[in-house]
Ligand binder design. Structure first.
Ligand SMILES: [Zn+2]
Length: 169
């Protein structure tokens, strides 16, 4: 079993200029094609944060599967189906908004995943990554959810010479 952790690094959204349109690289690590993944959201996520994460999952599930050819759908775990993807608030490293650890075999097929949202994590420059006073906060957990789901189907963070302040966008 191999562990692979992908980190979501968040930078302020209003920094200009920065280059748009750079596509992420493939990690080759993903859920099986067409998998139904059972998920569980920790009770330490509630309110708007929970609503937005569920919206992200619904958006993923209702996207046009002929275009999103992962075919992966997410279903809430129940007494007959234990969760293989768990999401919770927790502690992440400085500057890391959220991270997802993917457990997988040598073939890159993910068998389980854990997403941690660093709800109180700070930027190294100071200030909360998730700051309600900052632009973009209104939908930040929707975006975080979609971002981490992208990692679970092989999408890497954007990294390149034009990354902002040495951090992937
Ligand atoms: Zn990321």
């Amino acid at each position: 079993m191999t562990r692979h952790t992908v980190l979501a690094l968040f930078v302020p959204l209003l920094i200009t200029p920065h280059l748009l349109g750079q596509c992420p690289a493939a990690t080759g690590i993903n859920w099986p094609q067409g998998a139904t993944v059972y998920y569980s959201i920790n009770s330490n996520i509630s309110g708007t944060e929970l609503t937005e994460l569920q919206s992200a999952i619904n958006l993923w599930n209702t996207a046009d599967m002929t275009k999103n050819n992962s075919g992966v759908t997410y279903v809430q775990a129940d007494s007959n189906h234990s969760a293989t993807w768990t999401i919770g608030n927790g502690t992440t490293n400085t500057d890391v908004g959220a991270s997802t650890t993917l457990n997988h075999g040598g073939d890159g097929i993910v068998t389980s995943a854990t997403t941690v949202i660093g709800i109180n994590t700070l930027f190294s420059s100071g200030g909360n990554i998730y700051d309600p006073a900052k632009p973009g906060y209104g939908t930040i957990f929707l975006k975080v959810g979609l971002h981490e789901m992208g990692h679970m189907v092989s999408e890497d963070d954007v990294k390149g010479s034009n990354q902002y302040a040495g951090q992937p966008l």
